[in-house]
Design a protein around this ligand. Structure first.
Ligand code: SF4
Ligand code: SF4
Length: 59
């Protein structure tokens, strides 16, 4: 449950931080981290808005 970020693909654009309604993501050293993944509502917005498709939502 919750989003997993492929750090190799993450471009640090910040889209996921902006779109997530649950404040799951933070940017650290130019990469997104799912610091509060337990808050995830599984809405899918982050994966849709990630240009390099670095976010995988687990079942
Ligand atoms: S699926 Fe929705 S609630 Fe969960 S991390 Fe992505 S944007 Fe946030
Ligand atoms: S939307 Fe994707 S590329 Fe942009 S900061 Fe988030 S994980 Fe990284």
């Amino acid at each position: 449950m919750g989003p997993k970020i492929n750090a190799d693909l993450c471009a640090g654009c910040g889209n996921c931080v902006d779109v997530c309604p649950a404040d799951v993501f933070v940017l650290k050293d130019g990469k997104a981290q799912a610091e509060n993944e337990g808050n995830c509502l599984e809405c899918g917005a982050c994966a849709e808005e990630c240009p390099p498709q670095a976010i995988n939502l687990e079942e």
